[in-house]
Design a protein around this ligand. Structure first.
Ligand SMILES: Cc1cc2nc3c(=O)[nH]c(=O)nc-3n(C[C@H](O)[C@H](O)[C@H](O)COP(=O)(O)O)c2cc1C
Length: 191
């Protein structure tokens, strides 16, 4: 995929990429996407996020079967994704775990609201550099096992795992419906 600098091209071309080329992601690109994530808004500019960048093969190998088990649990072993070449995490060039601080031991819509904009910034920045990403949360089914691999301390929750790499095949624009039915004027439409 080509890099994109026109922001209006960036939005429709930021797609879920689940299969990556066997091509390393330059460290300076990883730094750039993390800097973009740091620019995200958060409540009171609290930046309640941390990023764990996973490049170590042993770590990827430990996480990979956990994600596969979660995937199978939800979609079964014959899911179409498999045929479409979704890669196991062990083969993904870089995995970024995004963590958020659990205030008073709890996460809520408010904590999510202060971390997912950072995830989106990260993914848009990656796409601008020609990299593919996919937001994932399926692994939550085995959250404890994942936490153990990453040695996540109490008080922190993993909000997303984002695989990052050059896409195996270029992807076109995302498919989305027109605004109609999703946007209302002034109030919820009355029957
Ligand atoms: C909250 C959330 C959780 C998601 N979890 C997963 C996941 O666990 N695994 C996965 O492969 N994709 C996951 N996705 C990616 C969605 O499937 C993807 O964004 C959606 O299908 C749109 O894809 P497109 O932009 O390529 O059209 C998730 C997306 C969001 C926003």
């Amino acid at each position: 995929m080509e890099p994109i600098t026109d922001v209006w091209e960036l939005f429709p071309h930021q797609r879920a990429v689940r299969a990556f080329a066997d091509r390393p992601v330059p460290d300076e690109h990883v730094t750039k996407v993390l800097q973009a994530a740091m620019r995200a808004p958060s409540s009171q500019n609290g930046m309640p996020w941390r990023f764990i960048v996973i490049r170590d093969q042993a770590q990827k190998d430990a996480l990979s079967p956990i994600y596969e088990r979660c995937f199978d649990q939800v979609y079964g072993t014959n899911a179409p994704d498999r045929a479409a070449g979704r890669q196991p995490w062990s083969q993904v060039p870089v995995l970024i775990a995004v963590l958020t601080e659990a205030r008073n031991g709890r996460t809520s819509m408010m904590t999510g609201a202060s971390v997912y904009p950072a995830v989106q910034n990260l993914m848009l920045a990656a796409r601008a550099l020609g990299l593919g990403t996919v937001m994932t949360t399926l692994w939550r089914l085995e959250n404890d096992a994942i936490r153990e691999v990453l040695a996540v301390p109490e008080g922190w929750e993993i909000a997303a795992f984002v695989p990052v790499g050059y896409p195996e095949t270029p992807m076109g624009k995302s498919r989305r419906p027109p605004l109609e039915g999703y946007v209302f004027e002034d109030r919820w439409p009355q029957e």
